[in-house]
Every structure is written in C-alpha cells, then in structure tokens.
Design a protein around this ligand. Structure first.
Ligand SMILES: Cc1ncc(COP(=O)(O)O)c(C=O)c1O
Length: 396
C-alpha cells in the first residue's frame, strides 16, 4: 500500500511500502529467494524482455528489497529509491553509472574517509578526473568546473567536521552548468533534511547508520527521479551486483518505521548534551554541533535542517588526549559506526578517516585531536555525566 504524501512523516514511515503476500501477515514478509519461477518458457522470455512485469532474480528484483525502496522513496520525497549493499556501494554505483573516462567530478574535501579514497585512489584509474573543494565555499565549487564536469558530490553536514553547504545555492550553480548534484544525507536522514526538495538530483544513504539504528546490518540506497535511477543506475546494479540482501532490507524496512521517532530523541539528546558540554569550562570553544550558536554555520543549519541531529564533535588538543578521553568513557562504546541507539565514540583521524593522506585529512579540517560522538537514545543526563567524568580524568 503506497502512502499518499498528505500524511505526516511518522505515518508515512509506518505505512509506505506495505505489501501483503496473500498470507494475511501483518508485518512485512521476507522473501529469501535468489530466483523466481515462470509458468512456461514463453513467460520467462516475456519477463526477461520486459514485456511482462515480474520478478526475475534477486540481484535486481526482490519484493522485500522493493518494499524498503518504496518506503524510503516516500520518506525522502523522491520518485524512486534504489537499494544496494552499503553506503559505499551507493556512492560507487552512482559514480560509475554517471561518470565515464574523461569526465570530471567535483567533491567536497570533507567527506567520509572511504568516499575520499574512492575519489582520489580508484576513480582516476578509470580515467575520471577529480577535484576537491572546501565544502562551504560556493565560489570554489564554481571555479572548479571544467567543460568535462558532470557531477558535484557533497556531504552535508560532513562526517566528522559537521561543516555544511547551502544546498539550494549549490544546486543552482550545478544546474546552471548542466551538472548533477549528489548529496550524502547520512547524518540527517530524510527526517531532518530533504535535499531533493532543495533542488538536488540524487540523495545517498548509508542505511547502516540511523535507518537500521541498532548496528545490525549494512545497507545503502540512492534516491531521485525514476528516469535517472532506472536508465542509469539500475543497469549498473543489475550487471555488477552490489545488491542489498532481502534479510537486510527487511531489517532496514522495520528500522525506517521508527526512524522519525528515534531522530527526535537523537536530536533532543544531541541538543542537551551539546549545550551541557559547551558550558563546561574545560571544553569552552571545543564543542562542534550545528545547533550551537557558536557553530560557524548555525544559521544555515536552522534554515536547511529541520533539527540539528545527534552527532557532535569535541576538539581536544592532542591525539593522546583524544585517546585518553575515549578510554575514560564508560557508557559510550568505541566503534566506527554512527547512528546507533547507544552512544558511540570514534577517533576519526586513526579510524574512519585514518587511511586518508594526512594532507587530505588536514585540508578537510579533521584534526588529530578530534573526537566524534554519536549521541544515542539513553537518558541525556547519563550521557552528560559519562562525558563529564571522562573530561575530568584528562591530565591538565
Ligand atoms: C557520511 C557517510 N557516507 C557513507 C558511508 C558509507 O556507508 P557504509 O558503511 O554503509 O558503506 C559512511 C559510513 O560511515 C558515512 O558516514
């Protein structure tokens, strides 16, 4: 049952993409099958030739995966979502579907470590030229354009720096030059930011993060106009196979059902914890969070995001102090993931962004003392006290 868009975000999250198998099940059925049967050789021929609708093979058609795609597209306000195996599979599928040898990609310096490495280390081997620009500097994006530029890729807010770009303005620049704008919306999810409504062409998700929300499975998706997705990205998925497993799609479908509720709590906690930490004398000027007035792009965050999210960063003086702080936390778990129901802590310079060239990391604004906290759904006071006691243990 598709959901008309007149409903609110939580209703859409609960009802969009629901399909009954005929067994009267109330929860989504999981189709664990690699292939599908045909009544006759003629029917098989017709389905393969796209003359008759039907499932063929789960690398590119699976009802559970399709249900996840339908729900996500409705939540993101997009015509079509294409689910893939991970967030990086979504980014790779997008790049390799839309770029050819001789084309040029412009992306922001501050992006997830593997995205940066894919752009710098792998795309050039296929003849794709890449320029990296400071995320928030609109004139740098425009100046980087060459006659071969086909794509802009931005991550906003960026992982882990929380730097942002004005998406409406960036889309305007891209479209004036006939360029497509792709936005990684992982930190916000459709609940907090809808890039398509701001004029962007494709939205990338690592569903591994908030969409699952409990650190269980990997998944990814690209959302946008049906024609672009089906003409360009779908053939890449069909023929190269970075497919989402039906089991993971089922987990993610169930995760999406509670995403709006959970995001509100992540935001409530993020705002409370950021305000508390910013009030501690030992952390004055060292807390980065889009919801704090001290964030250099706080006004843009207010305008572009519905709320400020659950990720915040602390700037400590040295890597040794960052490690000491992380080790002193007792509630927060040390891990590379984010968007979990539990509070997680990461030292980007030596983990998620550790394989970037040091100069790339520095130009992205990721200092060696930066600590990323993914604020969970616990009681905010408990998170605050855990961080406070860890700060108090730092040698002066
Ligand atoms: C902003 C962002 N984009 C993409 C990815 C890649 O997602 P995945 O781990 O699902 O491949 C990550 C992972 O941390 C991320 O933080």
């Amino acid at each position: 049952m598709s959901q008309p868009s007149r409903h609110g975000p939580q209703t859409i999250a609960l009802h969009a993409g629901r399909h009954a198998s005929g067994e009267r099940e109330n929860s989504l059925a999981m189709f664990l099958t690699s292939s599908y049967t045909f009544d006759s050789a003629q029917q098989a021929k017709a389905v393969f030739a796209d003359e008759e609708k039907g499932n063929v093979y789960s690398r590119f058609t699976n009802p559970t995966v399709a249900a996840f795609e339908e729900k996500l597209a409705a939540m993101e306000g997009g015509e079509k979502a294409l689910a893939v195996a991970s967030g990086m599979a979504a980014i790779t599928t997008t790049f390799l579907s839309l770029l050819s040898a001789g084309d040029h990609l412009v992306l922001s310096r501050s992006v997830f470590g593997s995205t940066s490495n894919l752009a710098s280390g792998i795309l050039p081997r296929f003849g794709i030229q890449v320029s990296k620009v400071p995320l928030s500097d609109l004139s740098a994006w425009e100046q980087a354009i060459t006659p071969a530029t086909r794509l802009f890729f931005a991550e906003t807010p960026a992982n882990p720096t929380l730097e942002m770009v004005d998406l409406t303005a960036l889309a305007e620049i891209a479209h004036r030059h006939g360029i497509l704008l792709v936005v990684d919306n992982v930190f916000c999810t459709p609940v907090l930011q809808q890039p398509l409504a701001l004029g962007c062409d494709l939205v990338i998700h690592s569903a591994t993060k908030y969409m699952d929300g409990q650190g269980r499975v990997l998944g990814g998706a690209v959302v946008g106009k049906e024609k672009l997705i089906m003409d360009k990205l779908f053939p890449f998925l069909r023929n190269t196979g970075p497919s989402l497993s039906p089991f993971n799609a089922w987990v993610l479908f169930k995760g999406l059902e509670t995403l709006p509720l959970r995001m509100e709590r992540h935001c409530d906690n993020g705002e409370k914890v950021a305000a508390y930490l910013a009030s501690l004398p030992a952390l004055t000027g060292k807390v980065h969070y889009p919801g704090l007035a001290s964030h250099p792009q706080h006004d843009l965050a207010r305008q572009q995001m519905r709320r400020f999210g659950g990720i915040l960063c602390l700037e400590l003086d040295t890597p040794a102090r960052a490690h000491a702080f992380i080790n002193a936390l007792s509630l927060a778990t040390i891990t590379a993931n984010l968007g979990d129901s539990r509070t997680l802590v990461t030292h980007p310079a030596t983990t998620t962004h550790g394989k970037m060239a040091p100069q790339d990391r520095a130009s992205a604004g990721i200092s060696d003392g930066l600590v990323r906290l993914s604020i969970g759904l616990e009681d905010a006071d408990d998170i605050c006290q855990d961080i406070r006691q860890a700060v108090e243990q730092l040698p002066s």
